[in-house]
Design a protein around this ligand. Structure first.
Ligand code: F6P
Length: 345
């Protein structure tokens, strides 16, 4: 079989580990892995490259993706489907492994259903918001980067009478904020799934001061709203422009929250926005292992003809779910908030 492999949407640590694992399992069984460049754009425009032993080795520890990525969506382009149909025949692909987030899984499902493209999805994203799997690869690395930042900010915060706000990524869910906040000992965690008002945060800061703690660290997810006790709430956006998938650019809530908390408490506030640092660089060992397991599983699913499905981690088991069930976004398990709250204020 000739099996295409592509990475689509935003990059994340561990993509190369999946490419390597799928390619290696395909090669060892006598099949031909083919790299498709720049996500679905590369399929539509015939940008392919061989993924032999040489091309797929030495990449396990590398961040980013050797295949490049894009947010090209054939269903949003006038000639997208015709191009994919023609490319499938030209490239003589027997199957496709598409590594991406929720939007890529949706494109992959539609191509499987509408064009009969035998495809398997692999869930990636630092946001951990893909429905149907417990964890996406990339998430652990982002949480580790954010946790390291919180540890560093603790020491400088302690030296001043300051509130430190740390804005983390996560799009419309608070997984990175919640995990990094618990791991890094945050004094407040603000996520999109649950409203925490400026007044509630200020009260927590005041309680800490009463106990002799002269600093506070607050983690805020980029997709959270700025909310007040009056019921007023504001959405903060870095920009209203959208990418090819139609996503708006998030970011900026950290600065707004710092201004409001300084006003409400009378203490100085500083903001650190971690941004794309969370997505770059080498994957953690946990992400390398998860990505490798996903890559092997995807190849096995191709062999077994289990297409139209996405690889999934359920507990400790590697399994799969129908792409048709991968809809919407997976929100934070709010039981974690109960754990985190023990340490607020
Ligand atoms: O989905 C991953 C992610 O890093 C989000 O956490 C973030 O909102 C978004 O992508 C940033 O996208 P871009 O790289 O297009 O700025």
């Amino acid at each position: 079989m000739r099996v295409g492999i592509l990475t689509a949407g935003g990059d994340c640590p561990g993509l190369n580990a999946v490419i390597r694992a799928s390619a290696r399992r395909l090669l060892e069984r006598g099949h031909e892995p083919v790299g498709i460049l720049k996500g679905y754009r590369g399929l539509a425009y015939g940008e392919l490259r061989p993924l032999d032993y040489r091309a797929s080795s030495g990449i396990l520890h590398l961040g980013g993706t050797i295949l490049s990525t894009s947010s090209y969506d054939p269903f949003r382009e006038p000639d997208g489907l015709d191009r994919i149909r023609a490319a499938q025949a030209d490239a003589r692909l027997d199957a496709l492994i598409a590594i991406g987030g929720e939007h890529t899984m949706d494109i992959t499902r539609r191509l499987h259903e509408e064009l009969d493209l035998p495809a398997v999805g692999v869930p990636k994203t630092i946001d951990n918001d893909v429905v149907g799997t417990d964890f996406t690869f990339g998430f652990d690395t982002a949480v580790q980067v954010a946790t390291d930042a919180l540890d560093r900010l603790h020491t400088t915060a302690q030296s001043h009478d300051r509130i430190m706000i740390v804005e983390v990524m996560g799009r419309n869910v608070g997984w990175i904020a919640m995990h990094a906040g618990i791991a890094g000992g945050a004094d407040g965690i603000v996520i999109p799934e649950l409203t925490l008002t400026v007044e509630e945060l200020a009260a927590g800061v005041a309680r800490r001061h009463e106990r002799g703690k002269n600093f506070s660290i607050i983690v805020v997810a980029e997709g959270a709203e700025l909310a007040f006790a009056s019921g007023e709430s504001r959405t903060v956006r870095a920009s209203e422009t959208t990418d090819e998938y139609g996503y708006t650019q998030l970011g900026g809530i950290g600065s707004s929250l710092a201004t409001e908390l300084a006003r409400a408490t009378g203490y100085e506030a500083r903001v650190t926005t971690l941004g794309h640092v969370q997505r770059g660089g080498t994957p953690t060992s946990t992400d390398r292992i998860l990505a490798t397991r996903y890559g092997i599983q995807a190849a096995e699913m191709v062999f077994a003809g289990e297409t139209g499905r996405m690889t999934a981690l359920h507990g400790r088991e590697m399994t799969s779910v129908p792409l048709a069930e991968v809809r919407g976004v997976k929100q934070v398990d709010l039981r974690l908030l109960d754990v985190a709250r023990t340490f607020f204020g």
